[in-house]
Ligand binder design. Structure first.
Ligand code: NAD
Ligand code: GLY
Length: 362
């Protein structure tokens, strides 16, 4: 069975399909390709597993034949940069991709962000379709149209808003996902609950073991709940003028930790897990929330095998300097996403730098 969630943006309405067997069922996604050119963008781990299946399915699909090529990027956050994005643009040039071409992003958030960014840049914007293959990409990065690459001075500093034409989350692909990556995806699932759904947080506490065991029903419920929540936020605030910033709960701390540790020590979801706990602790220090909710968060993150402390040797002052370059900040003002407790995240302006430093020093 496939679960379908609509992202009802006025300028572009698109479906998120969550199910099994989707990669091979080109009948469900062939129509998302409007022209005669398609480029599959994947990475060195995902391409050998799934790229040929996507190509074969497309070749079998009825309708006008599509000229399809593939480009394989080096895997890992350390390669989410302009050089790698250029490889996708080079492949589009080689394909002779015209304005009606379509990029098929097959992979995790790194592939999705780069492929979407290249699609946003090529001829000032061509179509792209997301085939997320990590839990993190299924619950978060494939939805909502944020695309981009990292800069040495910070995460995702170069990018564009560019919505996909459709998202196809094939749960079968999660069978090959390493356990550590699955757990990193669970951090973004917990994030959704922390921001605005205390009932979902309790559901996660009750179903943690099923999720870790990759139970399809539990995963489908978690992915659909996150996508429905995110779709609602994105429809109300596509360009992050306000509410969408809530989706960055834990991210200002997390991005700083990722950048400071060089993108190759912690996974994005792991850094977000640490960041969420720091945000919860800062909320206690500022008198916004009580200890009990931070404690519940810590217990749930630990059950998911996620880190909850800043790695040894990372300097609090350096982290703080990184946080100042966050996209949410305005001029000299530090803007953070904090909470009043589970399910009640808030945007807080002008946070006291001394309190932030103190929390980071533990
Ligand atoms: P990732 O794309 O780097 O994938 C993680 C690892 O898993 C990679 O080594 C990849 O090759 C491998 N992999 C992917 N799918 C696999 C599968 N099915 N089987 C085996 N291996 C597989 O990382 P991620 O955690 O998916 O995404 C993190 C990225 O997403 C970060 O760059 C982050 O900034 C971005 N992100 C973007 C948004 C957004 O709204 N655009 C939201 C959240 C995160
Ligand atoms: N992951 C944050 C956002 O999509 O806005």
């Amino acid at each position: 069975m496939t679960t379908v969630i609509e992202v009802g943006l006025p300028a572009r309405r698109y479906p998120i399909r969550i199910g099994t067997g989707l990669l091979d069922a080109a009948a469900t996604w062939r129509d998302a390709i409007r022209g005669g050119h398609a480029l599959i963008v994947s990475d060195s781990h995902v391409a050998p597993l799934y790229a040929q299946r996507l190509r074969d399915a497309l070749a079998r699909a009825s309708g006008t034949p599509i000229h399809c090529e593939a480009v394989t990027l080096p895997a890992g956050e350390a390669h989410k940069d302009l050089d790698t994005a250029s490889k996708v643009l080079d492949a589009l040039a080689q394909l002779g991709a015209t304005r009606d071409a379509c990029v098929l992003a097959l992979g995790g958030g790194m592939v999705g962000d780069i492929a979407g960014f290249a699609a946003a840049c090529w001829m000032r914007g061509i179509d792209f379709v997301q085939f997320p293959t990590t839990l993190l990409a299924m619950v978060d990065s494939s939805v909502g149209g944020k695309t981009g690459v990292d800069h040495p001075s910070g995460k995702n500093l170069i990018g564009a808003f560019h919505q996909p034409r459709a998202v196809f989350a094939d749960l079968d692909t999660l069978a090959t996902l390493p356990g550590r990556e699955l757990r990193a995806g669970l951090a973004e699932v917990v994030k959704t609950a922390c921001i605005g759904d205390a009932g979902f947080f309790a559901w996660l506490e009750a179903h943690a073991d099923a999720l870790l065991a990759r139970d399809v029903d539990a995963l489908t419920h978690a992915i659909a709940t996150c996508c429905r929540f995110k779709a609602g936020v994105v429809v109300r605030d596509e360009r992050e003028a306000g509410e969408r910033a809530l989706l960055n709960f834990g991210h200002t701390f997390g991005h700083a930790i990722e950048t400071e540790t060089g993108y190759d020590t912690l996974l994005h979801g792991e850094a977000v897990a640490i960041g969420m706990l720091l945000a919860a602790r800062l909320s206690i220090r500022l008198g916004m929330a009580d200890e009990a909710d931070a404690q519940r968060l810590q217990v749930l993150l630990e059950r998911f095998g996620l880190p909850t402390t800043v790695p040894r040797g990372v300097d609090a002052g350096a982290l703080f300097a990184r946080m100042r370059l966050d996209k949410k900040n305005r001029a000299d003002m530090l803007r953070l996403i904090l909470w009043r407790g589970i399910g009640r995240a808030e945007i807080v302006d002008d946070v006291d730098p001394a309190a932030v430093r103190a929390v980071m020093q533990g």
